[in-house]
Ligand binder design. Sequence first.
Ligand code: F1P
Length: 337
Amino acid sequence: ILTQPLAWQAALDVVVANQEVIQTLWKAEEYSDIIVTGCGSTHYLSQAVAPLLQRQLGRRARPIPASELLLFPETIIGPGSRPLLFTISRSGQTTETIRATVLFKQRYGGPVITIGCYPEAELVALSDLALVMPEGQEQSVVQTRSFSAMLLAAQAAIALAHEPQFQTMRSLPGLGERLIATHHDLAKQLGGDTQFERFYFLGSGLQYGLASEINLKMKEMSLSVSEAFHFMEFRHGPMSMVNEHTLVVGLLSDTASAHEIAVLREMRALGGKTLVLSEDPIPTEAADFQVNFHSGLAENNRAVLYLPLLQLLSYYRARTNGQNPDHPHNLTAVIVL
Ligand code: F1P
């Protein structure tokens, strides 16, 4: 978790090395829309990448779990549509992702991009363009460094559609180092706080995918009660679970933060504690704990920044619960059928 900024630098280097081919692909007219796919963590990564693609490239983009694309392709790809497939997989060996890609190529024939961490993987061989970062590899079953390196590679590749935005992202490895150094203690304190029995992670827009991923970290590493919701959705039922033993973690967006802060204020009034991650400070009546770290980057480009801290929160919670955070119950690093 702590070495992630090194993998981020590698991710930026891989994107720079493929700059021309990426920019050509973004402008190509051979595809009409984009399907982003993966499994588990890499499906959640797809949920962050698809909104970014749609926002930055102006093309329709949807995140679909690889198993759904494999088993129900006709419910996803409509008649006359000519999609590009954007696959994400740490191992590049997950059966559903590979089979969905093979089916996609046979049936629809559109271009395939993949992001992963293993150059020799089957998925890499199946793709027209592969952005591969061996520096993202990790021994842990749980995806941490790999996830943020793959997210950053996707964000940076998409930012290349608007060159000046890409340039701002070069500061991310340094910012990440600083953020970890300044806020590690808070993650440790909250992860070790046994008053918390339930964790809710809230994020909207592209942050929803990250909230979902961090919820998964908390669940698989520490076996705690943990869920992710879109900010406003949380008020439509799930908030009945909020009590004084609840930590609600909010990942604020750039464009809807007033609504998001209102939800957090409401959760505090119900007795929950809140941890807020944002670019600028928010009113103290909405936050028990705040991580405001002014990066100067737009949400589209900085999303990766807070991940190490939230992974650390799950790590310390796992230690507090007596779990081995590297080896969750019932889980292996790659799921092959
Ligand atoms: C997908 C995945 C991982 C998860 C677990 C099982 O792997 O769901 O996200 O941590 O280890 O497999 P991949 O396709 O990204 O390699």
